[in-house]
Design a protein around this ligand. Structure first.
Ligand SMILES: C[S@@+](CC[C@H](N)C(=O)[O-])C[C@H]1O[C@@H](n2cnc3c(N)ncnc32)[C@H](O)[C@@H]1O
Length: 238
């Protein structure tokens, strides 16, 4: 995966999520022991969303973070969920239909590395469990920065690597060995579960992500480690 060029990597990731779109929400809940909802809600609470704000959620997948953001922005809010996987967007549409926010959330197919919006378009720009999947993290964050209004927030919630020795070993045992095995038992395609450890291994450390937030121009960078460092929220102000 590390050796792939950007385009091949994007094709790979797109195909991978396309193949698990229908099962993504269930798998996420099972494999994170339902912590994923808690992590998204934690992130949304830190994003300082106000009623009526406009928010862009990139790599929106099945729309879980977009829906949590819409709950905060209320019935006057405007949320755009963007993803390059048609199948994930289809699932998002189904999920959003079950909420009162179908008029408030617009779904778009697009690439996080080339956001189809003018500068200073949104009060807040988010990415949920997407940074480890994009082909270029600095470019993605600089695009998020560009489309965010001055004073607005750029936020990422992402899986992370715990630093405490025992937890770190348990974590890699789970993600490297147990999780692919579980995936293999109940589902036709196990590739996504083999990809997860690789994408986690290549995910930069906290300090590197914080530095990229700074390099793209964000200020007041804040980070939170959740569930013993298994997930992390990073946010900055433009
Ligand atoms: C792990 S899922 C996260 C979905 C959702 N944000 C969540 O909270 O569960 C990652 C998503 O990122 C999307 N993705 C990866 N790279 C992308 C890119 N360059 N542009 C747009 N979407 C991308 C994938 O299609 C996938 O739906």
């Amino acid at each position: 995966m590390e050796q792939m060029d950007k385009h091949r990597r994007e094709d790979f990731v797109q195909e991978l999520f396309g193949s698990i779109a229908k099962r993504y929400d269930l798998l996420n809940a099972v494999f994170t022991l339902n912590q994923d909802s808690y992590w998204r809600n934690f992130a949304v609470n830190k994003a300082n969303i106000k009623t009526g704000q406009s928010i862009l959620d990139i790599c929106c997948g099945t729309g879980k973070l977009s829906i949590a953001l819409a709950e905060k922005a209320g019935l006057q809010g405007q949320i755009v969920g963007l993803d390059f996987s048609e199948n994930m967007l289809r699932q998002a549409e189904d999920n959003i239909k079950k909420t009162p926010y179908s008029q408030r959330i617009t779904l778009m197919q697009g690439n996080a590395l080339h956001l189809p919006f003018p500068d200073h378009s949104f009060d807040c720009t988010t990415i949920g469990f997407g940074l480890r999947n994009v082909a270029d993290i600095p470019k993605t964050l600089s695009e998020m920065y560009r489309v965010t209004k001055s004073g607005g927030t750029v936020l990422s919630v992402e899986l992370s690597k715990p630093s405490a020795p025992i937890l770190k070993q348990l974590y890699f045992l789970y993600f490297e060995h147990l999780l692919p095995l579980i995936g293999n038992l109940g589902f036709h395609k196990n590739q996504p579960y083999y990809n997860l450890p690789a994408s986690l291994r290549t995910l930069p450390e906290h300090s590197v992500i914080q530095n990229i937030f700074l390099q793209v121009g964000l200020k007041q960078i804040t980070s939170y480690q959740l569930t013993g460092g298994i997930a992390a929220v990073h946010l900055g102000i433009k």
